[in-house]
Ligand binder design. Structure first.
Ligand SMILES: [Zn+2]
Length: 328
């Protein structure tokens, strides 16, 4: 396959990527049937909203997400399927905008957001964040109308074998507003220009970084990553989900350390079963339920319990805060 066939447009350095992305979005949702149908369907999506002690949660009924919520991501299943993010396997109608020479901005045909992108590496290489956090910062500085997110290989990525980020339009994930409101009540540490804050009782535990210096953020992230690795020495990377966006002149990054991939409700065979697969979007405050009965049934108590099972535990979080307070 000629890779360039997949390029919607070949930008040069002066082109405005945000503008081109809007063009791509308009083109794909009008001429690619699958995307057109699913984005149209999303407009009619039912939602429920909860406020759990100041933590806002949206529950979205989204039947098209059933595939990703049940995706088998063990090595055997992965090796048996064609990788759906490799350029040669993309649907004929799908095109993207090349960026940084080796990533492709694509419209996600199974949206959760009104505008939902996947930014995939052009080469087949495994999902990992340590070497790619800089790309995540660059993407959020470029796609200023979007929140960029990363799901770890055992934390909700349905293609753990192929490096990718996703991005969704700002103004949808409750964490944006929640964080702005609770920020001045949080415990804060400082590393160079980076403000690091810790949310210990936000249903899930969250470490937030804010700075206008990419270099300082990269250094702070590396130190936090090392701390998390020490707590999970057997994982290929510490279990985490990350959200990142640019706000005025600074970046805001939320890191959600985890202990578990899927809560017990996923494997239950009785009335306690919920078909969900918590990842960055859920940690951002939006629960996706592909089945109507789960959408109707999910309660405040279920959400508290689900977060409780998958977020890093209290003792580890205290260790993390202690370690991060030591970093120089
Ligand atoms: Zn691939």
């Amino acid at each position: 396959m000629n890779l360039e066939e997949k390029f919607f447009y070949m930008p040069d350095t002066n082109d405005n990527i945000s503008f081109l992305t809007e063009q791509l979005f308009a083109q794909q949702t009008s001429s690619w049937q699958l995307a057109a149908t699913n984005y149209k369907g999303l407009e009619k999506t039912l939602v429920r909203e909860l406020n759990i002690g100041g933590a806002h949660i949206i529950i979205q009924f989204n039947p098209e997400r059933i595939l990703s919520s049940v995706a088998e991501i063990d090595e055997k299943s992965i090796s048996k399927r064609k990788c759906f993010l490799c350029p040669q396997n993309l649907p004929a109608e799908q095109q993207g905008i090349p960026i940084y020479g080796d990533f492709l901005i694509l419209v996600n045909p199974y949206p959760v957001f009104q505008k939902h992108l996947t930014i995939a590496k052009m080469q087949h290489t495994k999902q990992s964040i340590a070497q790619n956090i800089g790309t995540m910062l660059d993407l959020s500085a470029t796609l200023t109308d979007y929140i960029v997110f990363y799901n770890g290989p055992r934390c909700g990525a349905s293609a753990p074998d192929h490096l990718h980020f996703q991005a969704g339009n700002k103004g949808f994930l409750p964490v944006e507003k929640d964080f702005a409101e609770m920020k001045n009540r949080l415990q804060i540490a400082k590393y160079k220009s980076v403000e690091i804050s810790f949310a210990a009782d936000y249903l899930r535990r969250m470490i937030s970084l804010q700075s206008n210096s990419k270099n300082d953020l990269l250094e702070a992230f590396a130190k936090i990553y090392d701390t998390l690795s020490t707590l999970q020495p057997h994982e290929q990377e510490p279990m985490l989900n990350i959200l990142c966006y640019a706000d005025n002149d600074s970046w805001i990054m939320h890191i959600f350390p985890r202990t578990k991939h899927r809560p017990t409700q996923c494997s239950a065979t009785d009335a306690n079963k919920f078909q969900i697969s918590p990842a960055s979007v859920e940690f951002g405050g939006v629960f996706i339920t592909p089945r109507d009965k789960d959408f109707q049934k999910l309660t405040t108590e279920d959400i508290i319990d689900i977060f409780d099972q998958i977020t890093t535990d209290k003792t580890d979080f205290e260790k993390i805060i202690h370690e991060i307070n030591q970093i120089k």
